[in-house]
Design a protein around this ligand. Structure first.
Ligand code: GDP
Length: 194
């Protein structure tokens, strides 16, 4: 098993300009409840690095974590596409997210999380097209692999990839609960932040 990423919370900001300085950054993007906090906790091997939300849509700010001794950072972006988020809130955080993704100088990679159990939603696919259209470097990560029946996994992997217009091997599958794929993801993050 790979070494956990030594992450420490640096701070949260609602404007790119107020984020801590960085040398290299990886961002996590995904709709609320996709398993973003659980994934962050898994890659850091910490129980409470990021709060696992019982009420989706609560986190509205960009949460910044330092990767110890490297000057590199990881940013947890606010979840999008959750119906209960008030329109007024949505109107401010979508531009915030977009200006972060377009304006952060040292952003090396965006992890777009999709729920592996249910597949990409319309808002996931919109975000994916937006990342492609704006040439923001990104990779799709499918979460909750353990929730897909073993007999259906091959099929699901093909279906999720097809929906995302990607080759099957182009999607990284993870399960925060069983640590599946977590080692590989850690290594990739280390490489992007090197
Ligand atoms: P966030 O809103 O994207 O930060 O999502 P959370 O990390 O709070 O997870 C949402 C729900 O999905 C929680 O009930 C988690 O326990 C569950 N969950 C997250 N990752 C996994 C996983 O890999 N496997 C399973 N079975 N459940 C997961």
């Amino acid at each position: 098993m790979s070494q956990p990423l030594p992450l420490a919370f640096l701070g949260a900001a609602v404007e790119v300009a107020r984020l801590p300085a960085t040398r290299a950054e990886v961002a996590l993007v995904g709709r609320s409840n996709v398993g973003k906090s659980s994934l962050l906790n898994a890659i850091a091997d910490r129980k409470t690095l990021a709060p696992v939300s019982k009420s989706p849509g609560r986190t509205k700010a960009l949460g910044c974590f330092a990767l110890a001794k490297t000057g590199a950072t990881l940013v947890d972006c606010p979840g999008y596409g959750y119906a209960k988020v008030a329109k007024s809130t949505r109107a401010t955080w979508l531009p915030m997210l977009e200006s972060y993704l377009l304006g952060r100088e040292h952003l090396k990679m965006v992890l777009l999380l999709v729920d592996g159990e249910i597949g990409p939603t319309a808002s996931d696919l919109r975000m994916l097209e937006w990342l492609r259209g704006n040439e923001v470097p990104h990779v799709v990560v499918a979460t909750k692999r353990d929730k897909v029946k073993p007999s259906q996994r091959d099929r699901r992997q093909r279906d999720v990839a097809a929906a995302c217009k990607l080759p099957t091997a182009g999607i990284l599958w993870v399960a925060a609960l069983s640590d599946f794929g977590i080692g590989e993801l850690r290594e990739r993050i280390r490489a992007w932040l090197a």
